[in-house]
Write a protein that binds this ligand. Structure first.
Ligand code: 5AD
Ligand code: FES
Length: 349
């Protein structure tokens, strides 16, 4: 085990069988060593900094039927909302005054916002603030739309691949095509975005082999960011009675991803903070170096319910800002409020 971890630490690569071996044996041996090596790697690339992103969840309307997701189009129990362009700008103003220099605009796949509207939102933020990065998380769009947003000034795009197993992907989605998802990620890369892929850990029926595929896919795509969180059942989905992903497994996948992609920006996700009160801190200690506190108005927070028990839904943006800083500092890390680009991407651009 130790040999394999050393090999991964040195080469930032292991083959399929080696990954599966690690995943099958890590629980009993080598876990602390894996985390130690992941931590060493992040210290070499980004030091003890944790980057802050302000998240604006601007719409919970969605045309997609992802079976695990609480806001999927079939769920009639969701109170749907959309923020107006003015409300979105107000969130960015609040965020800027709290020190954020990256805004993540996230929503369901909602056709109400035309490409022109999205372009207008991006341009307004980028014109108002010269030192801000705009990250989009709007799902799958045609190449031309991605290109328009990029030309309007969008810097980054988050689109999790969810799972790199085509079979599992097809099992958990209804009207979403695996190949299109993967192609979208490559399109985003080609256009020039800093790209965020990512996956859930503990999806019903997901195997160690599936998780090994996630790491190999990430190595191939070489995204600038990777969002990793535990699957958490949502009460209105067919998975409501299933087990969720565990803290342990998620931490292992974060640490392995850090070793595969030493320069990656890896968030300690809200989902991780939801399954364990210290989940985000544990993620940071295992190689995560980003947090994404919420900037959405508290009036809509609860409605953006992807899974049960989501934390921070009642907390004002300023409270989350302070809460998360305390958590990071008390774990021995320091917050960085700058736009925090991927360092390898910056060297090449
Ligand atoms: N549990 C955990 N994560 C979820 N997501 C959606 N539904 C769930 C769930 N039930 C994640 C997906 C998506 C991201 C925005 O949230 O990975 O890409
Ligand atoms: Fe939101 Fe702690 S980060 S309350």
């Amino acid at each position: 085990m130790k040999n394999l971890i050393d090999k991964l630490y040195k080469n930032n690569y292991l083959d399929f069988d080696e990954i599966v071996y690690i995943l099958n044996h890590i629980e009993n041996q080598g876990k602390d060593y894996l985390i130690e090596k992941a931590h060493e790697t992040r210290m070499k690339t980004y030091g003890n900094k944790v980057y802050m992103r302000g998240l604006i969840e601007f719409s919970n309307y969605c045309t997609k039927g992802c079976k695990y997701c609480g806001i999927n189009s079939f769920n009639k129990n969701v109170e749907r909302y959309r923020l107006s362009l003015e409300e979105i700008q107000e969130c960015s103003e609040l965020g800027y005054s709290l020190g954020y220099r990256t805004f993540v605009l996230q929503g369901g796949e909602d056709n109400y916002y035309s490409d022109d509207m999205i372009v207008e939102i991006i341009k307004e933020i980028k014109n108002k603030y010269k030192d801000v990065a705009v990250t989009l998380s709007l799902g799958e769009k045609p190449y031309e739309s991605y290109e328009k947003y990029y030309n309007a000034g969008a810097d980054r795009y988050l689109l999790r691949h969810e799972t790199a197993s085509k079979e599992l992907f097809e099992k958990i989605h209804i009207n979403t095509d695996y190949n299109n998802r993967i192609e979208s990620l490559w399109n985003l890369k080609k256009i020039g975005y800093q790209v965020g892929a990512g996956f859930m850990v503990g999806i019903p029926t997901q195997t160690k082999e599936d998780l090994a595929k996630d790491l190999l896919f990430l190595k191939e795509l070489d995204p600038e960011m990777v969002g990793i969180g535990p699957f958490i059942p949502h009460k209105d989905t067919i998975y409501k009675n299933q087990q969720g992903g565990t803290l342990e497994d998620t931490i292992t996948m974060i640490a392995l991803t850090r070793l595969f992609l030493p320069h990656g920006l890896l968030p300690a996700t809200t989902a991780l903070g939801t399954i364990d009160p210290l989940g985000r801190e544990k993620g940071i200690k295992a190689g995560a170096n980003v947090v994404m506190p919420n900037l959405s108005p508290t009036t809509v927070r609860e409605k953006y319910s992807l899974y049960n028990g989501k934390i921070c839904t009642g907390d004002e943006a300023a409270e989350c800002r302070n809460c998360i800083e305390k958590r990071i500092v008390s774990s021995g890390f320091s917050i960085d409020m700058s736009r925090g680009d991927n360092i390898k991407w910056r060297q090449n651009n």
